[in-house]
Every structure is written in structure tokens, then in C-alpha cells.
Write a protein that binds this ligand. Structure first.
Ligand code: UFG
Length: 325
């Protein structure tokens, strides 16, 4: 049985939908940001808190867990600057609790959701796993701290683990049953699509004077279903004993500017956005593009869905939940 912590959240729920095809799954989620209805009904659901040792003990005593996939975290850069202790408590301290319980129950396989925010403002065009980490906000630091804890814990206690550093997760399940649902929403693609559905007055572009071709920030958008398939491959490698301590980037290897993302949303939907240029958002690096060569070489993974597919799937889901489809 595989324990998915945070399996009711955006990325976790997409992973669970794929994983239940292959494994028995138990989801532990406190529903602070996740949604109960997003959890595939073939998975067992336990409402509980990662930071609560009794909840963890109950799950580990009740189910024969052979691996843990850990998606449960707060992940908003801006919020982490305003409320850093929330991030260190929920992202770092709660993970320590989880590792302690895993050690007690001798569970040796672990997949951890990390982020491009561990790199800070990189000085290279393509970020690979040898690019130095230098996070510039508490969110990125909290994720990097866990990566470092995992390395030490693994050496001391023999944990086999894979860290996956996501770039910009986006899109929705092709069935349109689950998608990206945050409250408040801060991410670019859902904001544009909500605007095109008439739920927001306009789209604000945060900064048009960056050192990029059109002056707006460039990001590497990766379909949430491609993220899910990377987790499945990583899990397979761990369970076969092929990986012990590995870090992989997950991206498309292609960068799109904010303007290009807006244009692609207009193309996919056939609607015109009302766009305003505003000031930069603090903490935004100009360009973040992943090299995912390492995971391709070692596990055979590559992203299969491009930006247009990401937006097409996201649009279907947004239309469904807004009742226009
Ligand atoms: N943006 C706008 N207008 C908006 C929203 C976003 O112009 O209304 C811009 C941002 O400034 C940024 C780009 O669109 O340049 C993408 O912004 P998102 O908020 O969608 O995503 P981020 O790149 O800020 O964040 C993502 C993940 C984080 C992770 C980070 C790594 O959501 O968890 O990448 O840098 F930390």
C-alpha cells in the first residue's frame, strides 16, 4: 500500500488518480487546502494532520505502507514571506514528524515534492540539478531544508528517496473531473482562464521591464499529468531498489513569457483578454527553465504535453466547474 500525504491537493489528487490504477492507495490529508471530492474513490481517505503524531500512528498501524509520497505543504511564495513560521512548521517540522514515524515502522521508500524555488535566481539559461541552490524566500528554503534533512536521514537510517523539483505545475486531468482549485488563486493560467470566463475583470501582468525578449517573466509550465507520471516512474525505481537518493527537475525545457501564456489562452479559448501592465511582484525571477535531461536519462521520463495542451485541459475543467460546459 502507498501512503500519499496531501493526496487531496492539486498535484496529489492527480497523482492518486493515476496511482490507483497500479497500487492500493491511502491518502492522508487535513483538507486545509485540498478537496475531499478530488480524491479518487478507489483510494482510502483519512482526514488527518501530518503534524499530529496520533494521526500518523493511526495510519501506519492500520495499513501496510511500503512507500510514502509527500505532497502536503504550503506553497505560496508571497505568503511565506509574510508568515514564515507557517512554512517552517507545516513544511519542515511536520515532515520531521513523518520521517520519525516512518523510521519507527521501518518504511524505507519516500518521494518528496520539491520546487524550482530552491534555485532562487539562477545565473544559467537552463537549470539542471547541478545548478547551485540559493532560495530567496521562506517557501524555497523550507523545501531545501527538507531536502537536506532527507540526505542526512538517509545516510543515518537507510531511507531510499527521490526528490522531484517541479517547475510551474498547470493544467487539469483530461476528464475535467479534477483541476487546479486554489483559494485565493494566485497562479497565472487559472487567473487568465477565470478572467476569460468573466470571473475577473482583467489580467494584471506583473512587470514588463524584465531582461527577457518581451520584458515579461519566463516560466517552464508542466502539465500536472506529466508530473504524476514522473512520480509513478520514481516509485517504480524505488520499489525495485534502483534509486537511493536522487534529485530530479521536472519541466518541459521550454520557457514561455507571461505575454505568450496570455496569447495561448486567447488562442485556445477564442476569447480576448483585458490585460494591464503593472509593477513587478516581489521575489519573481525573470526566467526559470528546467533541464529535465537527468530524469530522461535515468528513468526515461519526459514531459509529453505542451503549453497548448495544458491550457486546453485547464480550460475544459474551468468551464465545467463554472457551469458553462
Ligand atoms: N503572473 C502575472 N500575473 C498574475 C499571476 C502571475 O503576471 O496575475 C506572473 C508572475 O509574476 C510570474 C508568472 O506569471 O512571472 C507565473 O506566476 P505563478 O504565480 O503562476 O507561478 P510562480 O512562477 O510564481 O510560482 C511557481 C510555483 C511556486 C514555485 C515557483 C518557483 O507556483 O510554488 O514557481 O519559482 F515556488
Amino acid at each position: 500500500m502507498i501512503l500519499v500525504v496531501g493526496g487531496a491537493g492539486y498535484i496529489g489528487s492527480h497523482l492518486v488518480k493515476e496511482l490507483v490504477e497500479k497500487e492500493e492507495v491511502v491518502v492522508l490529508d487535513n483538507l486545509s487546502t485540498g478537496h475531499r471530492e478530488a480524491v479518487d474513490n478507489r483510494a482510502i481517505f483519512v482526514k488527518g494532520d501530518l503534524g499530529n503524531v496520533d494521526d500518523l500512528l493511526m495510519v501506519f498501524r492500520s495499513y501496510p505502507i511500503k512507500a510514502v509520497m509527500h505532497f502536503a505543504a504550503n506553497s505560496l511564495v508571497g505568503e511565506s514571506v509574510i508568515n514564515p513560521l507557517k512554512y517552517y512548521e507545516n513544511n519542515v517540522a511536520a515532515t520531521i514528524m513523518l520521517l520519525k514515524v516512518m523510521k519507527r515502522f521501518k518504511v524505507k521508500n519516500f518521494i518528496f515534492s520539491s520546487t524550482a524555488a530552491t534555485y532562487g535566481i539562477p545565473h544559467v539559461d537552463m537549470i539542471d540539478e547541478t545548478t547551485p541552490t540559493a532560495p530567496i524566500n521562506p517557501y524555497g528554503r523550507s523545501k531545501l531544508m527538507v531536502e537536506q534533512i532527507l540526505a542526512d536521514f538517509s545516510k543515518a537510517h537507510g531511507l531510499n528517496y527521490v526528490v522531484l523539483r517541479y517547475f510551474n505545475a498547470a493544467g487539469a486531468h483530461k476528464s475535467a473531473v479534477i483541476g487546479e482549485s486554489h483559494d485565493p488563486e494566485t497562479h497565472l493560467i487559472p487567473i487568465i482562464l477565470q478572467h476569460l470566463l468573466g470571473q475577473r475583470e482583467k489580467v494584471s501582468v506583473f512587470g514588463s521591464d524584465y531582461d527577457t525578449e518581451d520584458g515579461t517573466c519566463i516560466r517552464d509550465y508542466i502539465h500536472v499529468t506529466d508530473l504524476a507520471s514522473a512520480h509513478i516512474l520514481a516509485l517504480k525505481a524505488l520499489l525495485k531498489g534502483k534509486k537511493t537518493a536522487e534529485i530530479y527537475n521536472l519541466g518541459n525545457g521550454l520557457g514561455y513569457s507571461v505575454k505568450e501564456v496570455i496569447e495561448t489562452c486567447e488562442k485556445v479559448t477564442g476569447l480576448k483578454a483585458n490585460v494591464e501592465m503593472t509593477d513587478r511582484r516581489p521575489g519573481d525571477p525573470a526566467r526559470l527553465i528546467a533541464s529535465s535531461q537527468k530524469i530522461y536519462d535515468e528513468l526515461g521520463w519526459k514531459a509529453e504535453r505542451n503549453l497548448e495542451q495544458i491550457i486546453t485541459d485547464a480550460w475544459k475543467w474551468h468551464q465545467r466547474v463554472s457551469g458553462t460546459m
